[in-house]
Design a binder for this molecule. Structure first.
Ligand code: PLP
Ligand code: COI
Length: 363
């Protein structure tokens, strides 16, 4: 990259991982364990605003034990992928949507908003520096993890006067082990994820901390993921710990829970809504009750269900369990509509088909 054009000037890692060792790590990277040589970083202070933008060697950050984030969890994050395109280029999928959501999350957590140009520049420039870390092959991508946290050294409960913004890059394959053909869900009865007026529609670390006990219960019950019901009535299906959810019916129509403030407005969710509607499919954004879900699955009115998100892409849901018992969806394997929508989305993300939406940004 031409360094005169960058917003995040690069200080190269003096001892990057040798190419042969990198190649070994890229064979089967899994999710979130393989990290690249560099990270992007920027600082905020109330006096200086955003400053000190850089790309530097990835490594530990020095933190005072009284840094506010360690006590009151003022932290937000994003997740998006950089793809290796057919023509050898690198692409980001709708990154400006992540930039906007990062600003919305910041507002909810009373943090400074990172201007969209800086968010985009950090993701673009880091992706280009680390392009050799994008795994080859189906499902491979560079997962970018922009995040921001309160770094002021102060124990009073108030918004921090200092913040650190960092972007990590992680070489990833499929999110679910073995690229699972379908996943099973556990309906959490005791725990909910977010209440009206809470932080459910912000991407803040605390939401995920609070979901772990329910996810652990799901695993103990032999399921892959937890699905949450609404906090007020414990009735309406909301979303998974880290994915939105869609349903496909026997009349061809689809349904996804509405954005009522307690679920994360997924960019994959939004893309699927658009793709399905442009194919003439009726998609309702409506509440769907857990009892109805079971009745529809048993009667065959419900044909398919799938989870969607950046990490999981589109993942078929085969089985649903709760303390009352379990039921299967369709034949328990991937449904036709699910696979067709996944293929349409993935082909756009990887630049394999014409992109009438302008969603793929070539960098
Ligand atoms: N819901 C939650 C709770 C998430 O963490 C995510 C992942 O980011 C999603 C939904 C899907 O969002 P997106 O499609 O923007 O990745
Ligand atoms: C994502 O899909 O980017 C997520 O954030 C899900 C999970 C890894 C937290």
């Amino acid at each position: 990259i031409d360094q005169s054009e960058t917003r995040f000037p690069l200080t190269p890692n003096a001892s990057p991982l040798p190419a042969s060792e990198r190649a070994d790590k890229l064979v089967s990277p899994g999710f979130g364990r393989v990290f690249t040589d560099h990270m992007a970083i920027a600082r905020w202070s109330d006096e200086k605003g955003w400053h000190d933008m850089q790309i530097v060697a990835r490594g530990p950050v020095q933190m005072d034990p009284a840094a506010a984030v360690l006590h009151y969890a003022q932290e937000i994050f994003e997740g998006l992928k950089a793809y290796r395109l057919e023509d050898g280029g690198v692409g980001l999928f709708r990154p400006e949507e992540n930039a906007k959501r990062f600003r919305r999350s910041a507002r909810r957590m009373e943090m400074p908003e990172l201007p969209e140009e800086l968010f985009l520049a950090s993701c673009r420039e880091l992706s280009l520096v680390e392009r050799d870390w994008i795994p080859e092959g189906e499902g491979g991508a560079l997962y970018l993890r922009p995040f921001m946290f309160a770094s002021e050294v102060f124990l009073g409960v108030k918004p921090s006067a200092e913040y650190l913004y960092i972007v990590l890059a992680s070489s990833v394959g499929a999110y679910f082990k073995g690229g699972a053909p379908s996943v099973s869900l556990w309906v959490s009865q005791e725990y909910t994820r977010a209440a009206p007026g809470g932080t459910g529609d912000a991407k803040c670390g605390g939401n995920y901390a609070a979901s772990l006990v329910a996810q652990a219960e799901a695993i103990r019950q032999g399921c892959d993921q937890v699905v949450f019901l609404d906090a007020a009535e414990r009735r309406w299906v909301e979303e998974l710990g880290g994915m939105n959810i869609f349903f496909v019916f026997d009349d061809g129509s689809m349904l996804t829970p509405p954005l009522t403030g307690t679920i994360l407005p997924g960019i994959t969710r939004d893309s699927i809504l658009r793709l399905a509607r442009d194919q003439g499919i009726t998609v309702r954004e409506e509440r769907y009750g857990i009892d109805q879900w079971e009745a529809d699955a048993r009667s065959g009115r419900l044909r398919e269900a799938f989870a969607c998100g950046t990490a999981a892409v589109v993942t078929p849901i085969g089985k649903v369990s709760s303390p009352q018992g379990s039921f299967s969806i369709g034949n328990g394997g991937p449904g036709e509509r699910t696979i067709a929508l996944r293929d349409t989305l993935v082909n756009l993300q990887r630049g394999r088909t014409e992109d009438p939406y302008g969603w793929l940004e070539r960098i």
